[in-house]
Design a protein around this ligand. Sequence first.
Ligand SMILES: [Zn+2]
Length: 333
Amino acid sequence: MEERFSRQLILPQVGEEGQRRLNRARVLVLGCGALGSHTAASLLRAGVRRLILVDRDVVELSNLQRVAVYTTADLGRPKAEALGQALKRIDPEAEVEARTAHFGSREAEELVPRVDLVVDGLDNMESRYLVNDACVKHHVPWIYTAVLATYGMTMPILPDKGPCLRCLFPQPPPPGSLPTCATAGILGPVPQALAALQATAAIQILLGSPDLHPGELLHLDLWTRRLERLAVERAADCPTCGRGEFEFLGRSSRTATLCGDAVHVLPRDKTDLDLTVLAERLSQLGEVRLHKGVLLANIEGVSFTVFPDGRAIVKGVRDPDRAQALYDQYIAR
Ligand SMILES: [Zn+2]
């Protein structure tokens, strides 16, 4: 066994057989912000070398307050790509598949059955309901983890063995109704602490440890230094894990509300945008620039980040319908 893992191999909870299990496992990391990237880095360092990374956004200056793997040189780069490269520097044997894409039903159906576990670095509840549907449907464990302000919570979801996300929260909150990191802020060490809890639960799931309890919800507030534990029960009438209805997986919305005043919009059809042509067209309407393969435009107080595959993040708008209308008006018809 490699010296790289020597300090972990001597742990009775891991051992050589455990280490082999970690080395064989494949994990899907959804979202490459602070939570996702710290979880991914911890798992890779533990020997989970097969990682699929999905994120639709680029590294912004405001991310550097809390994401250890990103530096000023990464600004403007797609997060999945930047994280993939950082992980390769940690362990050149890492097999990383980095995808700059929206995680929708198609991606969920394709990627979830390919992995042993899904970890949460998402920034919105809509996507989590989709993940929950896909994981329960394909019997793949996942870990729900969310952070805000000075606190966060996490719960391992083991389909068939314990409650799912909808047993805990039966209905998703209306878009824009919850505070987000952009509106309520986030203390830098909070995602790191929750990522540590999430990575530990991930290792326990991959090792089949009896010390991990399905449905154990942990709530940690770093500022008040309070850790609470709550036992979540499986709901008999849960539409997802009880009745096997996967309504979020079937939904094909073109928009998703993101952290703060931002909406992610998908093109009407699969498309390849010529960003140079688009930049020329939009330059008559506002401030436009091309940066690292992404188009950034500011038109009448609304900012657009447009990707070559036609996806766009519309900032300065809360209403998904209005964001979609603006997209159709300026980006692609
Ligand atoms: Zn359920």
